[in-house]
Design a binder for this molecule. Structure first.
Ligand SMILES: [Zn+2]
Ligand SMILES: [Zn+2]
Length: 155
C-alpha cells in the first residue's frame, strides 16, 4: 500500500496544481485521489467508478473522467494505452521507472524493472544528443498456454 505520508504529499501537489491553473479545489477531486491510492494498482476509469460506487461514494462518471484528466496533466498519474484498450492509469509514485508486459491473450499486465532497458534509453539519448527524462516500454506477449492460464480462467 502507498504510505499515508505519500498521499498527503500527492494531495498537496494536486492542491498546488489546481490553484496554479485556477481550477476549483473540490472535495470530490481529492476523494478520487484517495480512492486511487487505495486501489494501488493499474485501473481504468470504469474500474475506479465501480470501486467508488462499492465504497458508497456518490460521484458521477464525468467527475471521475475530468479528475483523471487533471491528475494526468500534473503528472500525479501516468496514463497508458495498452494494445488499443481504454486508457489505464496508475500513480506515478507507485513504482518509478517500471515497464509493462501485456498478455494479448488474457489482457494480464505484468510490471517489471530491467536495468538493461535503462542503459539502452541512456545510450540512445546520448547518441542523439538528448538528456533522458523517462521512458515507457510495452512488451506484448502471450502466456504459454492460454487455456490453462490462471488469469484467463477468472473471467
Ligand atoms: Zn495470458
Ligand atoms: Zn505499471
Amino acid at each position: 500500500m502507498t504510505p499515508s505520508q505519500d498521499i498527503d504529499a500527492l494531495k498537496a501537489s494536486f492542491a498546488d496544481f489546481l490553484k496554479r491553473k485556477k481550477y476549483r479545489s473540490t472535495q470530490e477531486r481529492f476523494l478520487v485521489l484517495d480512492r486511487i491510492a487505495e486501489l494501488d494498482r493499474h485501473f481504468s476509469a470504469d474500474e475506479l467508478y465501480i470501486h467508488m460506487n462499492s465504497r458508497g461514494d456518490r460521484i458521477s462518471r464525468a467527475t471521475i473522467y475530468s479528475t483523471l484528466d487533471l491528475l494526468t496533466q500534473c503528472s500525479i498519474l501516468m496514463k497508458h494505452r495498452f494494445h488499443g484498450e481504454s486508457a489505464t492509469f496508475e500513480l506515478s509514485s507507485r513504482m518509478p521507472n517500471h515497464d509493462h508486459l501485456i498478455c494479448v491473450e488474457c489482457g494480464r499486465i505484468l510490471e517489471f524493472r530491467e536495468e538493461g532497458i535503462d542503459s539502452i534509453r541512456d545510450a540512445v539519448c546520448s547518441q542523439l544528443g538528448f538528456r533522458p527524462v523517462t521512458h515507457s516500454l510495452q512488451i506484448f506477449a502471450t502466456c504459454h498456454d492460454p487455456l490453462t492460464c490462471e488469469y484467463n480462467k477468472q473471467d
